[in-house]
Design a protein around this ligand. Structure first.
Ligand SMILES: *[C@@H]1O[C@H](CO)[C@@H](O)[C@H](O)[C@H]1NC(C)=O
Ligand SMILES: *[C@@H]1O[C@H](CO)[C@@H](O)[C@H](O)[C@H]1NC(C)=O
Ligand SMILES: *[C@@H]1O[C@H](CO)[C@@H](O)[C@H](O)[C@H]1NC(C)=O
Ligand SMILES: *[C@@H]1O[C@H](CO)[C@@H](O)[C@H](O)[C@H]1NC(C)=O
Ligand SMILES: *[C@@H]1O[C@H](CO)[C@@H](O)[C@H](O)[C@H]1NC(C)=O
Ligand SMILES: *[C@@H]1O[C@H](CO)[C@@H](O)[C@H](O)[C@H]1NC(C)=O
Length: 636
């Protein structure tokens, strides 16, 4: 038993220490006028091992009780895909949740704020009624760095409007094989387009005042920390198999998959996420050469490296079969923050044990914590840890939707317009007799948005979030005198029995995300192909394809009068109707090669045997028929 004298001494020491950081003069780390590096050094010097390991731990919101935050000094919380405080949570309810967890973090001994992260990958896509932008595959078509920067700015604002500080974006994958289910998260097969569109970072984080030499930069309360992912080579796996092996020579690795990370660091990206995939057989989560020597050493990245979801578990096969090894291999390789996200006690105890046994040196822990604190200081979390309720109305605002609608217009690619010997079909007339809008994707907002929308794998239907379907958009666009008939899947003889001027057929892929989205045949599911065949054989038709990548279309091409690739446009279907009916012209150019048959894959621009259906860079143009001007007014 401790003597009473000893106990009082301990209590006295505690009180003195506590007073020195709460009452007496401000600690150096609490002083916003001190340089960040000085604040980090001061704070790190005050932290014990448990507090340091807590900073390296990111847990899922379902595990993040106030008690867990306090007892384990948790440094970061995330929402997995679809993980909301409740179904249809309002921005205020999101902010209440985040602020509550922040209060718990602030109540710990040193009061280090936590950072909350989320996959805001095409707008703030987990949040009901947020503005949903086209997925990256569509943004690549625009080749418009300014537009993508503005999208980053709006996304940051909507994320902050729910109290959240950190977005796991941009995805800088250079998708080299559309069989990969995450291909829609990639801007292009061409790394120069991916590099150009790293301007998303400028929008998310703000533009740094000068060369920050790899230091993270996040400008103020309406910006968020970004995350370039998935480092590196995620888009180059064998046969496009998710999380698989990327077999590359140095010129492919450093010439195709790496360049956008160099741009990101020049833009002061705050964090980088390791890829589940391997490079030449070495798991990226355990790849010291690429994480530590190259990214942090050669490229000078000073922010933190985060793991992917249970990414360290998957270092071993089967996953989580030797978690001690997973912790050791990932932290030693240079992963700084671990997205655990559930079994955090096992991770924390495991890491503490490895440090106590000198398997992982304290210098590695200190480096990881320094990097994490650097991002937290840069993000202003010590100065304004709590969300600002005056921002809640920013989510899904009309101005933001106007920007998304513009992005949709610019992301469409016109692949065919008229059969040989016939006049062009597009732009469509607004005044006509009777038109048919048909297809599985014509009136389905969930399908139109794709994966990573409300739920991880996406949703079906119009009741999940706000927006405009393509059907609704067509109805709003045509003249009152024009009769619009909608049939999702009309009977085989329908067009024969009726007097249609033309049909708009909207079909495509159903939503998917990683792994489940991998496809070996790249066909659009039934009844999509049947609807094309039935309608297009009897009436003039424009087919609008909703898909995350090029799909098999060659067998139907002769029957189709006009073909538009609309990718995954998001919540603002009005952008599709704006261009179909000529208020704006088609301008988009393919940022991917459109194959004829899957047995040609992988096939990318520049390949020696290149025989595409539509080559990279292809896209027909139309002139606008009216003098509509684009009037998005944004001050970001
Ligand atoms: C979303 O918007 C709809 C109207 O379009 C409204 O009924 C619903 O309450 C909103 N949901 C949230 C979570 O704000
Ligand atoms: C790649 O996929 C194959 C087939 O599914 C599997 O056997 C192999 O383990 C995977 N490789 C990696 C590195 O994940
Ligand atoms: C787990 O990995 C560690 C570190 O490499 C090793 O020492 C240990 O034997 C492994 N345990 C099992 C059960 O394979
Ligand atoms: C974390 O949450 C998951 C899912 O709700 C649960 O299964 C698990 O037991 C929790 N882990 C801890 C350490 O509380
Ligand atoms: C939307 O409708 C589907 C099918 O009726 C239902 O299962 C789902 O819960 C609804 N979603 C919301 C957010 O209400
Ligand atoms: C294509 O593959 C999917 C599984 O990825 C399968 O469900 C579907 O039936 C296949 N389609 C055809 C036409 O073979």
């Amino acid at each position: 038993m401790m003597s009473r004298k000893y106990v009082s001494l301990v209590v006295l020491m505690f009180l003195c220490f506590h007073a020195s950081i709460t009452e007496g003069q401000q600690a150096i780390y609490e002083d916003p006028n001190q340089p960040i590096e000085r604040r980090i050094k001061d704070l790190l010097g005050k932290m014990n091992l448990e507090e340091k390991v807590g900073q390296m731990t990111q847990i899922e919101r379902t595990n993040a009780t106030a008690d867990a935050m306090k007892s384990y000094f948790i440094g970061s919380v995330l929402s997995g895909g679809g993980s909301a405080p409740k179904v249809n949570a309002t921005p205020k309810e999101w902010m209440d949740m985040v602020n509550g967890l922040q209060q718990a973090a602030l109540s710990t001994r040193l009061g280090i704020p936590m950072i909350y992260g989320i996959d805001a990958v095409h707008g703030h896509n987990n949040v009901a009624n947020a503005t949903i932008f086209p997925h990256n595959v569509g943004l690549g078509v625009t080749r418009d760095p300014q537009l993508v920067m503005q999208i980053g700015g709006v996304t940051a604002l909507e994320v902050r409007a729910t109290g959240i500080h950190y977005a796991f974006a941009p995805c800088l994958a250079v998708c080299r094989d559309p069989r990969w289910g995450r291909c829609y998260e990639s801007y292009s097969e061409d790394h120069t387009i991916v590099q150009q569109l790293t301007t998303l970072i400028d929008g998310l984080q703000g533009i740094p005042p000068g060369d920050m030499k790899g230091m993270p930069y996040v400008h103020g309360k309406t910006k968020v920390a970004g995350c370039s992912k998935h480092y590196v080579g995620d888009g180059g796996t064998v046969n496009g198999i998710n999380e698989n092996n990327t077999i590359v020579d140095d010129s492919t690795l450093y010439g195709i998959h790496m360049p956008a990370y160099v741009n990101s660091i020049a833009k002061s990206i705050a964090t980088v996420m390791a890829s589940y995939s391997s490079v030449n057989g070495v798991k990226m989560h355990a790849n010291k050469q690429l994480l530590t020597d190259h990214l942090k050493g050669k490229l000078g990245f000073q922010g933190f490296v985060i793991s992917d979801w249970q990414g360290i578990d998957r270092i071993t096969s089967p996953p989580h079969s030797n978690y001690t090894y997973s912790i050791q291999a990932s932290v030693t390789a240079g992963v700084d923050m671990i997205m655990v996200p559930y079994e955090y006690k096992e991770f924390i105890n495991g890491l503490i044990d490895l440090v106590k046994k000198n398997v992982i040196p304290m210098s590695r822990i200190d480096d990881a914590v320094t990097r994490i604190l650097r991002v937290k200081f840069a993000t202003g979390l010590f100065e304004y840890p709590l969300g600002d309720y005056s921002l809640v109305n920013e989510v899904g605002s009309q101005t933001h939707r106007e920007l998304a609608r513009r992005a949709v217009r610019k992301s469409l690619v016109l692949l065919k317009n008229g059969k040989p010997g016939n006049p062009t079909l597009l732009p469509l007339p607004k005044i006509t007799g009777k038109i048919l809008v048909t297809g599985t994707h014509a009136n389905n907002l969930g399908y139109q948005c794709g994966g990573w929308t409300i739920e991880w794998q996406g949703v079906s239907g119009n009741n999940w979030t706000a927006g405009t379907t393509i059907l609704e958009a067509v109805k709003k666009t045509v003249d009152k005198k024009t009769k619009v008939v909608y049939k999702m899947n009309p009977s085989k003889d329908y067009p024969e029995k009726t007097n249609l001027d033309f049909a708009i057929v909207v079909v495509g892929e159903v939503p998917y995300a990683e792994t489940r989205g991998d496809s070996t045949n790249l066909t659009i599911p039934d009844p999509g192909p049947h609807i094309i065949e039935n309608i297009c054989k009897n009436t003039k038709c424009v087919v609008v394809l909703i898909s995350g990548r090029p799909v098999v279309i060659e067998p139907y091409l002769d029957k189709i009068d006009a073909l538009v690739a609309a990718w995954l446009p998001g919540s603002e279907g009005q952008g599709v109707a704006d261009v179909l009916f000529g208020d704006f012209g088609f301008t988009g150019k393919l940022a991917r090669t459109w194959f004829k048959r899957v047995d040609q894959l992988p096939m990318n621009v520049g390949d020696p045997s290149y025989d595409p259906l539509f080559p990279f860079g292809f896209g027909l143009e139309t002139q606008p028929t009216s003098q509509t001007t684009d009037t998005v007014k944004l001050e970001l």
